[in-house]
Design a protein around this ligand. Sequence first.
Ligand SMILES: [Zn+2]
Length: 426
Amino acid sequence: MSLAVTGAALPGERDPIGLRAEHGVIVELGPDVRPQPEDDAIDVAGALLVPPLINGHTHAAMTLFRGHGDDLPLMRWLQEEIWPIERRLEPEDVYWGTRLACLEMVRSGTVRFWDMYWHPEAAARAVSDAGMRATVAAPLIDAQGGSETMREAALRSLDELAAGAGGPGGDRVDVGLAPHAIYTVTEESLHWIAELSAERGLPVHIHLSETEPEVSDCLTAHGIRPAVYLDRVGLLSPRTVLAHGVWLDDAELELIAARGAVVVTNPVANLKLAVGQVFPYPRARAAGVQVGLGTDGPGSNNSLDLFGDMKVLALVQKHEARDPAIISAEETWEIATGRRAPLLGGGRRLAVGQPADFLLLRAAAPELSFGELPAALVYAASGAVVQSTVVAGRVLMRAGEVEGSEEVLARALERARRLGLAPALA
Ligand SMILES: [Zn+2]
């Protein structure tokens, strides 16, 4: 499979350039690229060639829950609206919910995401069929009992995911371990997960320090703060992705930086759930923490368009610091493309030998027509500026069209109805 893109524009360069990809890798990039006879050839008429976005934290299949139980406090939302329905989830619900999420992400320029949700083997299949990349993991929870069952299910799920990895697109899906949070998993199981992660080299994806009660409860139960506790159980490592980190203090940020773990900030979800504080980004940066950007689940954001989260990230940090220079558009774009956290699996430069993952942005988009590109991307644009999305040399969205999108919408709607989740327009 080979692809040739011609007539593209690189930010800051006058002459049109082309790109060829073979077997998912960029093999040519420059002004003299010509399509070969066997190529899937597209002339993009001046579209801007840029790296794609990486969503570092979500629960993709929760697209089915979008708009359900909004405007409730977190625990009431979970206990009354989400958990009772999640108990009835079938793998096909997760498959079509994840396909719907993939459709939205492809349309708005995200090519890779970190997912934590039930039936991860169904999510993996959805990612693979959608042509995207992801690290998938089942949430692990045993604070109310059932540690043995949880561990058996976790191992079984890893086996199932490993079996699926040999299938088509399997190389685009990585498998992780996702202890839900320090307050939903027992200390003993956190140790067990740390050992399993070290033994098999599996990444760990966990919520940490999202709310203030999480910190005070940890201090009461263990006498130490959440990141220190996580380190004590062996779960702070260069394989760890921490979602949120809103309430981390300086010593915790330094510890996280020293251990090489990543913090993924989810500013929109934090604001919507009113967690009471802003992620201390300037202090995290000063400590040398690797930072990525996430949407969190579509039930608590509610959008998967990472352009929106990018803008909010920059704005809340400026507002909080009372300093418009505290974070630049360029830095925000780097965070959203994974440049500041290589573990997330993006952030590579567009160059020969690199994976052929990229976006083509509409040359005629009014939002991109003037001024510096990073500022236009972060402050003016939305995902609607994305014209084409390419992953591993395959065009997933071509001039605004994603193949099979009607079926994905129809099937996801069927699954939502089955769960009693009324669609907005029906
Ligand atoms: Zn989450």
